[in-house]
Design a protein around this ligand. Structure first.
Ligand code: BMA
Length: 851
């Protein structure tokens, strides 16, 4: 570990008694933070007039707030706003400094995020040239500051122009073209689910930091050993001091006066020095991921003080857990699974993209809503995809507290990157900044070098497309190796040696059989390869880190970016929000396979969501049936960055699409799932429970009016280690007892009267089912205040009941479900509307209403 190098003196626990204790309590904070986020102004370079700006913010949101541009997300406005990215923009701030301040304190300006090519001037002196959106900059600025008014100006160059200039210097074109030269979120240059708005701005806070005496600049917390009675914790402190002196350190574990530890140490060097502090946590409670245990977090405060009583303090929460990536050779290849606290855990989750194209609009609340939705859908892992950003601290804090492990990509995606020394040193600092910022989070399970670059280079025909010579190819690949096989793992080996590192996701492209035998897989045969959904049953690898299918956003979200006449797939507005070149065509082809032609646009929106849900259900069930061969299933993609026709499960406005509800069911702790080979009807039972148990599998064939045609049951030894076959029968026999076009099979897993889970199975695709119009009745009850229940019943099978209240966003606990004949279903929701109003507004749609 970095803080373990030989040069350091080991810090010993020291019994100091009351004297030091009293001193530490009476120390004064020697570090002053002041946010410089108010009163900024901005203008286009060359313009005279300044306009108010919001910091953190982006030039787009500032222009919008000042009513200088229309909503960039509406219709096809994106096209008309591209000029913004070709200009240079300036931001300025005046701030006051009280007399004596500069002489007394070390003053720094901290820019937590500048997007991207920024020249920063303080009182007309250039203090920083930044060129990496992902870096944090701390600039010592005493010599530029003055008493009274100070002037800070930041000039942002066009990222597109700068990238193009860099690209011109190269003798060959890199895949990804101008964007790869710029260390800026790659999706902002346009993606197959997002617009092209590159923009610029001060996208994270600006702080004025003044300190004297002593300062903690970073702390890395880790544990050396854990057993049930003790966890040995190590905190490695980076400390800066004015002069050589003694430093007293106090560690406080929140919640108990006894859990305080004192240390003292001679600082020999006034510049930044490392100090190791070791302490113990007795009877430690472990942090675990959602579904596997509690998310115990310890609040740790570390206070340092010098003999003059200048002090500084660092706070962090810390979770004691062990996460391991297990890759062991076996008969079919190599395993790929995570062990959390020693137990193999099947990872259930999704891929995350930035939650708003304009990143500073992502509030803590937005993070919370999305991550709580993930937790509610039984997820235990999210992959932060490499074309986005290293998310804000709030994101990782929430993942810590919700038990969502993070597969963290570094921010490189689907392109090849340069390898010159200035690019490499820029990337190096980016990695250092972000690993330092994030490594104390228990949620981070894995660092991954990039998204689909290894696969892209080997399979996407770039060599031919860009006419590379042999020499070019060698150089480009060498640059790749330099960053992802040498630089990043090299840094991690000292900065965060206990976390696994994986060079590229996936390691082998989906066109290759080997991709199913080792490593993680992105299986895009369905969608990109136009293979049928049934292929999910055959293409299951060791860890499915991407697969997906598009579905429309909800109708209300479509309405938010279109005029009434534009709500059709051929309109310019709609096409602009479908970024996949063959998106509508692909949806159409699969839809023809599975559903009758929807009669109107509203029906199309709804059916496209059912289609997406059907596909993801088939994929997830296949992955889980293959446990423990397959040990992870992360679909593409949890969320959206703008109102898009995309692979998302929750649309930009926060509405949960049909796929979300389906995923939630498919990720439950227990799963019963059918495979139908044409010959056999086989029921698999899957469990993610650590405890094995016997349960009864009930199988009931029922016709659409509710008549039981056949039933059976079996006792199953349910195991958390592997999926088991709970039932097997000849399909022919079952079909002979019922009409497959008018019958479904209900599967229930029961333990001692408790239904652990249930599932439905249809012999035919929805378009071939003989669905008849049903009579649906419902009643609404308010339980207390805003909490309501809806009881709904149908005289026949009602397929995919969609509850909608067009004028109001109501989130129903269940939606898009199959309502079984004569069975009451209870749905919960919250609303301020009265029962009578909801009744008036509620629209119930089923598949048979769509043709
Ligand atoms: C995956 C991702 C993205 C892309 C998505 C859908 O492979 O890594 O690059 O948006 O496919 O095409």
């Amino acid at each position: 570990m970095e803080h373990r190098n030989k040069m350091q003196q080991r810090f010993k626990i020291f019994c100091l008694g009351f004297f030091i204790l009293a001193e530490i309590h009476s120390g004064f904070a020697s570090t002053i933070f002041s946010e410089l986020n108010a009163h900024w102004q901005f203008r286009k370079t060359g313009d005279k007039e300044w306009f108010p700006a919001t910091v953190p913010g982006t030039v787009y949101t500032d222009l919008l707030d000042n009513k200088k541009i229309p909503d960039p997300f509406f219709g096809a406005n994106e096209k008309a706003l591209q000029w913004i990215d070709t200009c240079s923009w300036e931001y300025e701030l005046w701030f006051d400094l009280v007399p004596g301040f500069v002489d007394e304190y070390h003053c720094e300006l901290q820019f937590e995020g500048l997007d991207t090519y920024a020249s920063v001037y303080l009182n007309d002196s250039l203090i920083l040239r930044a060129e990496n959106m992902f870096r944090t900059w701390n600039i010592e600025c005493n010599k530029f500051l003055k008493q009274g008014k100070n002037h800070l100006v930041i000039v942002f160059d066009s990222a597109i122009k700068r990238g193009q200039e860099e690209a011109k210097k190269n003798s060959y074109t890199l895949p990804g073209e101008e964007k790869v030269y710029t260390r800026k979120a790659q999706y902002q240059f346009g993606w197959d689910w997002g617009p092209r708005f590159t923009g610029c701005g001060i996208w994270r806070p600006v702080k004025f930091i003044a300190w004297k005496g002593i300062r903690i600049s970073n702390v890395q917390i880790g544990h050396e050993m854990i057993n049930d009675s003790v966890a040995e914790i190590n905190a490695a402190l980076d400390i800066a001091a004015d002069k050589p002196s003694i430093v007293y350190v106090k560690v406080i574990l929140e919640g108990s006066a006894r859990d305080s530890f004192y240390f003292e140490r001679l600082l020999v060097n006034p510049s930044v020095e490392k100090i190791d502090v070791d302490f113990e946590i007795k009877n430690p409670s472990r942090w675990s991921c959602n579904g596997s245990g509690n998310q115990n977090l310890y609040n740790i405060s570390i206070q340092v003080m010098n003999p003059e009583r200048a002090s500084d303090v660092f706070h962090s929460s810390y979770g004691i857990r062990d996460v391991e990536l297990v890759q062991e050779k076996d008969t079919s290849g190599k395993s790929f699974y995570f062990k959390v606290n020693g137990d193999a855990v099947f990872m259930k989750g999704a891929n995350w993209i930035p939650a708003d194209h304009f990143l500073t609009r992502v509030t803590k609340n937005k993070y919370r809503e999305l991550l709580i939705a993930a937790k509610e859908a039984n997820m235990n892992m999210i992959r932060v995809w490499g074309g986005g950003v290293y998310e804000d601290d709030a994101f990782y804090d929430l993942c810590d507290s919700l038990g969502i492990l993070v597969w963290q990509d570094f921010m490189f995606a689907c392109a090849m990157y340069p390898g010159d020394s200035s690019f490499i040193s820029n990337v190096q600092q980016e990695i250092i900044d972000n690993v330092k910022r994030l490594r104390n989070h228990p949620c981070i399970a894995l660092w991954c070098g990039n998204n689909e670059i290894d696969e892209g280079w080997k399979n996407w025909g770039w060599q031919k497309q860009f006419s590379y010579t042999g020499k070019d190819s060698v150089e480009i690949w060498k640059n790749y190796i330099k960053v992802f096989h040498e630089l990043i793992p090299g840094l991690l080996s000292t900065m965060d040696p206990t976390r696994p590192y994986w060079e590229s996701s996936p390691s082998i492209g989906w066109g290759h059989e080997e991709s199913l035998h080792s490593g993680d897989s992105h299986y895009w045969g369905v969608w990109w390869g136009m293979q049928p959904f049934e292929m999910y049953g055959k293409k299951t690898g060791r860890f499915m880190s991407e697969y997906g299918f598009q579905g429309m956003p909800t109708l209300r979200t479509v309405e938010s970016f279109t005029e009434a006449g534009e709500r059709k797939t051929e309109s310019a507005a709609m096409k602009n929000h479908q970024k996949h070149p063959k998106g509508f065509e692909t949806i159409g082809l699969y839809m023809d396979e599975w559903y009758k032609k929807p009669k109107d646009f509203e029906s199309y929106v709804y059916i496209s969501q059912l289609l997406q849900a059907e596909g993801m259900k088939m994929a997830i069930e296949a992955h889980r049936r293959a446990k423990p061969y397959c040990m992870g299933s992360l679909y593409w993609q949890l969320n959206d960055c703008w109102p898009a026709i995309s692979w998302s499960s929750i649309d930009y406005s926060g509405n949960r699409k049909a796929v979300y509800y389906k995923v939630k069911e498919s990720f439950e702790k227990y799963l019963v799932s059918v495979t139908d080979t044409g010959k056999n009807f086989t029921v698999y039972v899957v469990s993610d429970d650590a405890v094995n148990q016997n349960a009864v599998l009930r199988i009931t064939a029922m016709d659409f009016s509710g008549k039981v045609r056949w039933s059976d049951s079996a006792t199953v030894a349910v195991s958390g280690d592997a999926a088991v076959i709970g039932y097997l029968k000849s399909l022919e026999k079952i079909i002979s007892m019922c009409d497959p076009a008018q019958t479904f099979i209900r599967l229930q897993l029961v333990n001692d009267k408790t239904i652990l889970t249930e599932n439905l199975y249809y012999f035919k695709k929805t378009k071939d089912l003989l669905l008849k119009g049903a009579e649906i009745n419902f009643s609404i009850k308010a339980i207390e205040n805003t909490v309501c229940t809806l009881e709904i019943k149908s005289n026949k099978l009602s397929k995919n009941v969609f509850l909608d209240t067009p004028g109001h966003d109501i989130e129903f606990s269940e939606n898009y479900f199959d309502l079984l004949p004569h069975e009451t279903r209870t749905v919960h929701f919250r609303t301020k509307l009265s029962g009578a109003e909801i009744k008036k507004q509620l629209i119930i749609r089923t598949v048979s209403d769509t043709y």
